[in-house]
Write a protein that binds this ligand. Structure first.
Ligand SMILES: [Zn+2]
Length: 438
């Protein structure tokens, strides 16, 4: 009886141990499979890197003499055809991970010094897919205007009058792009926050990304900024003198517009977002002077690429190129942008722009393999260090849109806006949820 019990116990113990071992082995296999998949998902093959360079980055061969992608190494040259940087294939993966994890100054050190690179251990990579509550998304509402006066200063407005266009359905139409983008960003921010996402905007209402309005910046920081740029020889004495004398409107176009974009990039990169959502509203490029409505209306999205030699002159430019070549930023930008443009088209019921629908698409962009997604050499596309979507929701000057964009019939999350803006925000939201849950 005792023996039988022992035997029986042993039998069950063996059975239990067997089961535990099978479970552990399976778990080990699952862990191995998971690690393998992780490795696969961040492994950078020659074909991937070459495809990114040929199909997205190297605009009409403009980097042919400066960048060479070989199956076992990447080589950068200067304009005198001297080699300035070599990265062997064995180091691609480590560099990709460092590009996603190190701050910019450390990246410059390892880029300029091979032994500094060798001293770093390859960091472990976080999984691309995260819970929504772990995500950090930054939304950039394009431009700055919170009123028509500022919209005129930044030259991002529509002003149609019956005097100019007798067929106009009302006395006048006034639309400011910066107000539409800010309302869209506000609605989208609230929608994402309800899902637990950490969301930031790059600017406040009628604000610049310096944290103040343009008027305030012009009054308090114009002289200080120009003086310090002169002191570090970033501008000449002649340009300094000229800019100092300019009024707010002229100074905005001649200097501030581009200067502020650099700050926008800084604000985005300091936040270390998992994704950057850049919101714009387009116009028909051929409807110049924008005095009357257009019969065209399209949506489209932009992603990084189309680089030229000038973009990779500096160390920072070369590091940006390496990031686009070696990390998944481009692939993920294409994926989210494809989802966004598809949603914009569905929700707003407007067609997706094909390459022939605008001159800048056929002449200054490269069409990706996803419909409505174009590589374009925009400062934000080039320098934002995360996957991004740069969405051009619709044509503001379209005769089907311009009257609706002036309405204030909707109040969403306390934001007064119109139906088209709410649908645009919904499009971005749907696409982001699809991106992280599919
Ligand atoms: Zn815009």
């Amino acid at each position: 009886m005792f023996n039988a019990f022992v035997l029986e116990t042993n039998f069950y113990t063996i059975l239990f141990n067997l089961w535990v071992n099978v479970f552990l082995a399976m778990r080990f296999k699952v862990v191995l499979l998971f690690l393998f998949l992780q490795f696969i998902s961040c492994a950078q093959t020659y074909q991937q890197v070459k495809k990114r360079f040929d199909n997205y980055i190297n605009y009409h061969g403009s980097l042919n003499t400066l960048v060479q992608i070989e199956s076992d190494k990447i080589i950068f040259y200067n304009t005198q055809k001297q080699i300035i940087f070599v990265l062997v294939k064995d180091d691609w993966q480590k560099m990709a991970l460092l590009l996603k994890t190190l701050p910019e100054d450390s990246l410059e050190k390892i880029y300029l010094n091979k032994s500094a690179f060798d001293k770093y251990k390859a960091p472990t990579r976080n999984s691309v897919k995260k819970n929504l509550s772990e995500l950090k998304i930054i939304i950039d509402p394009g431009h700055m205007a919170g009123n028509l006066n500022m919209a005129h200063i930044e030259q991002k407005f529509l002003h149609f009058t019956k005097q100019n266009t007798p067929m106009l359905k009302q006395d006048s139409v006034d639309v400011a792009e910066g107000m539409l983008t800010f309302e869209t960003a506000g609605v989208l921010k609230n929608m994402l926050q309800e899902k637990g996402v950490t969301v930031a905007l790059t600017r406040k209402e009628n604000g610049t990304t310096f944290g103040c309005t343009y008027d305030e910046w012009f009054k308090n920081f114009k002289k200080k900024t120009l003086d310090s740029l002169l002191a570090i020889k970033k501008i000449t004495a002649q340009r300094h003198k000229q800019l100092i004398s300019e009024n707010a409107s002229k100074f905005f176009i001649d200097f501030f517009k581009d200067y502020e974009l650099q700050q926008r990039v800084r604000v985005i990169n300091v936040f270390k977002p998992d994704m950057t959502v850049i919101i714009h509203y387009n116009v028909d490029e051929k409807n110049t002077d924008w005095k009357k409505p257009s019969d065209k209306n399209f949506c489209m999205t932009f992603i990084p690429g189309c680089l030229i030699a000038d973009n990779i002159k500096t160390t920072q430019g070369q590091l940006n190129l390496l990031r686009l070549l070696l990390t998944d930023d481009l692939d993920e930008s294409e994926k989210i942008s494809g989802l966004v443009v598809n949603q914009l088209s569905q929700q707003l019921k407007i067609p997706v722009a094909s390459k022939t629908d605008a001159t800048y698409l056929s002449e200054h962009c490269l069409a990706s393999s996803t419909i409505g997604v174009y590589s374009r050499n925009l400062a934000l596309c080039r320098m934002v260090q995360s996957p991004l979507v740069y969405g051009e929701c619709l044509y503001q000057d379209s005769e089907n849109e311009c009257y609706n964009l002036m309405q204030n019939t909707e109040t969403v999350y306390g934001i007064k806006t119109n139906k088209r803006v709410v649908l645009a925000a919904q499009s971005f939201y749907n696409a982001i949820i699809q991106f992280y849950t599919k």
